[in-house]
Each structure stands twice: as C-alpha cells, then as structure tokens.
Design a protein around this ligand. Structure first.
Ligand code: NAP
Length: 244
C-alpha cells in the first residue's frame, strides 16, 4: 500500500522547487494534496499531472485571511488535514553573491524575509492545528536550512528567519504533544537546484542537490503516527536514517 494512502496534505510553496517536488511525491504515495503559493498558473500546471486528487488554492503566506481560506477549503473538500508542510520561503539578500551586511539591510527587506519565512509558517500552523487536534493526530513539517543551525555574514534576515523557524517548530511540538501532533524541521542538507540559485552559472548549479532531495524524508515524516518523533530538526539524510 502507498505510504500516504488517503491522507490529506497541505504544501506551501507548491508552485516550484522543493515544494512542487514534495507535492508530486505525496500524490504518488496516495495522498490528496492542497497546493498553495501565489502563482496559480504554475500550480495548475503541477496539479494537472498529479496521479491523485488535488486542490489549488492561491495565497500569500503573509495574508492571514488568505491562509485561513486555504485551510477551510481543504477541510471542506477533503474532510481533514493530516500533514502541513511549511515550505514557502525566500532568500532575499542572496545567500552568496549579493550578501548584505546588517548595516545595509533595508527595513522592508528584513520584513519581507521574516514575514514570508517565519510569520507565514505561524499563520499556517495556527490555522491548521485545531483541525489536527480534533482528530488527535497530525504532522507539521517546517522546511528549515543549515542556516537554521549556523550563521554566515551577509544573510542576517534569512538566518534569523530560519533560527526563528527552529524555535517555532519546538514550540509547536510542545503544544501539539497532548493532541497527538508532531512538529519537526527538515532541511535539504545543502544547496538545492531551485530558483533560489538561478543566478549561479550552469557549472556551479550542476554540482548541487536535486529538488527531490527531501521527498523520501518528507514522506517518512508525514507517515508518522501520534507517537512519532517530535520537536527534532535534521537534514533529509538524517531523517532517512532515523525513520527509514
Ligand atoms: P523556490 O524554488 O524559489 O520556491 C519558493 C516557493 O515559495 C515558491 O513556490 C513560491 O511560490 C513560494 N513563495 C515565496 N513567497 C511566497 C509568498 N509570499 N506567499 C506564498 N508563497 C510564496 O525555492 P526552494 O529552493 O524550493 O525553497 C523552498 C524552501 O526550501 C524555502 O523555505 C527555503 O528556505 C528552503 N531551502 C532551500 C534551499 C536551496 O538551496 N534551494 C536550501 C535550504 C533550504 P510563488 O512565487 O508562486 O508564491
């Protein structure tokens, strides 16, 4: 039997990159999937080729009402939510070429990165937890980064957002424990060949990880029951070793 038969998953940042790949894999594993991001044309193109049922609900993760609508429409359509993947993210202030030291970061740039990467995860988690608690089970998977555990100069907003996400993951795990909800952080374990790195020359992009790098780990996390691992943060490879 496929690992996620009949389960329901909501994936943010589903229009491309790592999110798109997780959507395709979840669907192949039998899950019904809600795709959310801002670009509905791209999401429609992803959804049309999925083997299973899906729903496309565009939303900006910074917009609380839009986030509530994604969750409401998912519950209306599929009856429940088993897994939430908070994957939407931006890396403004380029992690490499265009690093910006804190003294050069505009307030609006700080707000954009923190609002998308951290507040967006809070809004989706807040909207989803009551539905999981009602059923006494669920998995929240927050897509972090190696920069959620260490720091580099010139990426202040991104590093701060991912360290914040790590803290939010642990709080979600503590608060979800008595309701059977696991919350964990997952990161690819290195640079991944997505639009985030579109500016790199081809020869450098060729050496980085493929966009499906987190799919196995995400499936293992989504398949966890109420007594699963919670409050932990690992790379995809780490999760595969732990749960595989
Ligand atoms: P990507 O290809 O640029 O995709 C980012 C996704 O986030 C897109 O689907 C985008 O959709 C969505 N998004 C961005 N802003 C949004 C907003 N305001 N509201 C709703 N959705 C929004 O990037 P990726 O590499 O797949 O990144 C996915 C996650 O992995 C991020 O959290 C990132 O920090 C993390 N990560 C990536 C790498 C890497 O090397 N690529 C490494 C470590 C961690 P729309 O533009 O359609 O809204």
């Amino acid at each position: 039997m496929p690992a996620l038969e009949d389960e329901v998953a909501v994936v943010t940042g589903a229009s491309r990159g790592l999110g798109r790949s997780m959507v395709e894999r979840f669907s192949a594993e039998g899950a019904r999937v809600t795709l959310t991001a801002r670009d509905d044309d791209l999401m429609d193109q992803v959804a049309v080729d999925l083997p299973g049922e899906s729903l496309v609900v565009p939303a900006d993760v910074r917009d609380a009402d839009a986030v509530e609508r994604v969750i409401e429409r998912t519950v209306e359509r599929f009856g429940r939510i088993d897994t939430l993947v908070n994957n939407a993210g931006v890396s403004l202030l380029g992690l490499q070429d265009s690093r910006k030291r804190l003294v050069d970061v505009a307030e609006s740039e700080w707000d954009t990165v923190l609002d998308i990467n951290l507040k967006g995860t809070f809004l989706f988690t807040r909207a989803t937890l009551p539905h999981m608690a009602e059923r006494g089970r669920g998995n929240v998977i927050n897509v972090s980064s190696g920069l959620g555990r260490r720091a580099i100069a010139g990426a202040g907003p991104y590093v701060s957002s991912k360290w914040g996400l790590e803290g939010l993951t642990r709080v979600t795990a503590l608060e979800g424990e008595e309701d059977g909800v696991n919350a964990n952080a997952l990161d690819p374990g290195g640079r991944v060949d997505t639009d985030i790195w579109a500016h790199l020359p081809d020869e450098e992009r060729a050496g980085i990880l493929p966009p499906d790098v987190m799919d196995d780990a995400a499936v293992l996390l989504a398949a966890q029951g109420p007594d699963g691992v919670t409050g932990a943060s690992m790379t995809a490879e780490g999760w595969e070793e732990r749960l595989g």
